[in-house]
Design a protein around this ligand. Sequence first.
Ligand SMILES: O=P(O)(O)O[C@@H]1[C@@H](OP(=O)(O)O)[C@H](OP(=O)(O)O)[C@H](O)[C@H](OP(=O)(O)O)[C@H]1OP(=O)(O)O
Ligand SMILES: Nc1ncnc2c1ncn2[C@@H]1O[C@H](COP(=O)(O)OP(=O)(O)OP(=O)(O)O)[C@@H](O)[C@H]1O
Length: 704
Amino acid sequence: MINEINEIVNNIKIADLPELLHEKLWEYKAEGRANLVVTYCGNNVEYNGIILRLRKITLEEYKIQQLKNQSIKSKDEITANKETKINDSVDNNSINTEDINTNDTNNKIYNLIDKLQINNILYNNLIINNLLGERFSGTNILLKVNSSFLENLNQYIYSYRPENRRSVDRIDNEQYYGILSLDYTKVKKNQTVILSSKETKSLDLNALNIFNSEFLNKIKIQKDFVNSNNLNNQIKLDEFTEQEKDVSKSIYQQCSSTVISNLNTPSNDSSILNIKDHNHSLLNDSNNQSIPETHTIAIELKPKWGFKPNPLKSAFTKKESLIKYKYCRFCLHYLYKNKDKIEGNPPINTNEIHPILKKHFCPLDLYSKDNERINKSINSLFNCPGNNLKLFINGKQVNLKSLNKKDESKRKEDKKSQNNKKIKIDTNDNDDTKDNKKCNKDKDNMNNEDLIENLTKFFNCNKENLKQEFCNFFTYLILQESELFDRLKFHQRNLDSLDIEKIIQFYEYFIHKDYQSEDSSVNRKEMKEPTMEDWFIGFNNYKNKTRSLPLASKYTNLTHSGKELLKNDIYKKDNMLKKEKIFTDEEKKQHILEFLISKTIKDCSILIAVQSINDDDNNCKDGSLNKKLSSSIINQSNKITENNAQASDLNFEKENYREIKIKSKKYQYNIHVVDLDSKNQDIVECYHSYKKCFGDCRENECID
Ligand SMILES: O=P(O)(O)O[C@@H]1[C@@H](OP(=O)(O)O)[C@H](OP(=O)(O)O)[C@H](O)[C@H](OP(=O)(O)O)[C@H]1OP(=O)(O)O
Ligand SMILES: Nc1ncnc2c1ncn2[C@@H]1O[C@H](COP(=O)(O)OP(=O)(O)OP(=O)(O)O)[C@@H](O)[C@H]1O
């Protein structure tokens, strides 16, 4: 094993900042099923605008964890009493930490949760950034945490958490690292600068043990300091297969603090990659560049699926299944999730579509690039945000539902008449089951009037026009950023080329095969989760496939360069038209992997933070701000043009700051994509269960 390979993960930094480990320095921000996010609220301006993302565990898992810890403790006590060492036969599974690098003098430990976090960062850097563009990704740093901080924080934020979440899970006290990132509900001019004065360490790849040793052993690195100012690493590629070359290039490109240069330029020795060091900076906006926090509004969109599966390319043959192709998967899923409500309250006229299904959000509208349809989709989300639209004002989440509240007297009247009818149909269905049913104090703190005042001021409109203005505003912004939506749609579709119907067959095939294999455990009902190396190889196969597709260079950071095509390209034929029997095991695995990556980008969230640049600022004193901003736009657009002109795997537009003029008012904004974690294989089975429910789930067909 070669130590220098640690440079691969140099870009992932670990910060040890004990001064941050006090619960009162953090405020609850938001959470999903797997992670909880808190935002820094202390006085140290250096940490302004920082968030901490922590893994959660279910309360059941927590109980098991407690029991295990107790049993370990009592075992330790018994052992101590007997003055003997812990017996080797102690069940390893009962200890949730792995001291992987015992020789390490710092006694570095990554436990299973940390590995998951780290794998997710790597997965983001290596795969997702290539699909969506680095511009949207931001920076992550691992922050060392400890169990007493996590326990205190868990208690401290308890009352701010939504009931539906806190009743089932909590922060996992056993993680050693949380992820520090920037708060993307705030506008920053510079997203990629650092905790410059802070000491950080890099990850230890050996200790992480995420790459197969055979793979690593093939990599030989020679360090060669060409001159004292410039570090050039040279990597011998002779012993790589073509596929491994491709993978290792990606690893170095994305993970290391070094930039691979001259990849395609024949040098003295064409089998050597030149790697130049470049200045590295981490998190935190450099404070001089941050923008005052006033009047920032942000929305979080969970856009879900942007395409309709194509029956010709899917395994479907059954006639009754064809109805599925009238609708997108989100809408079918919506029907599935609301089945009980719909069946419990059927419409009087059975031929009529249920009110719940009448005007709900359809993602295909959001992805459509059509002004009217996007507007319609935001309108539906505004009326019924469910889990797909969140609103933040100055970084604080507010309850969108309250915007839909009618004035009090009208509301009482309506309630009365509803009670009389004894029918209760809740079209804001998800709101009751998801995060909007909250006891989030912050939300309650901003009363409806304040909220409306804030928004009307921001949109420069009156109360009556607010919804329309909100929808128009974000329609415009989404159109402006349609490339991101195009990219999501492009990769969601191409990574899910066979549809779940086929993927489940492949998945079951492997499970069945495992049952039959002699050395597998009889009870095994799951496929082995992909290793980091599997992800890289799978992604590279996909990358090569997409190169031949129309629009590939537009929607990826990949070139058409034939030089990098794999020799053993498994995509020589159009797999979609193949019959099952001619899919090799390798191809089946590849399709499952692609399906999982596709799931990640079907489940991400887009955060758009906007701030108005008021006229005073535009005409300020010496006009400096105005000049600065205009020049930054010019630079930005120049950079984009340049990058497009020399499109290459190596050039990304990282900075995210944009300006926009809407109704002659100037705004500045950032856009980021979050929640890009890898998905587990068992999701295949889960997802397949949704297919059992399909029927008419909208008034009209979804239009792809
Ligand atoms: O399966 P879906 O489409 O309901 O998506 C799940 C999300 O539900 P929703 O978007 O509200 O419908 C679900 O969102 P919530 O936690 O309900 O906010 C998660 O994002 C879940 O991902 P993971 O299991 O935490 O990795 C998501 O699950 P997977 O993407 O892992 O299937
Ligand atoms: N960098 C960030 N800046 C601001 N808010 C953030 C950031 N990252 C996450 N959040 C907020 O925290 C919420 C939960 O984070 P995240 O989506 O990563 O959790 P999750 O458990 O993985 O979600 P899901 O259940 O949807 O998979 C997000 O929906 C978003 O509102």
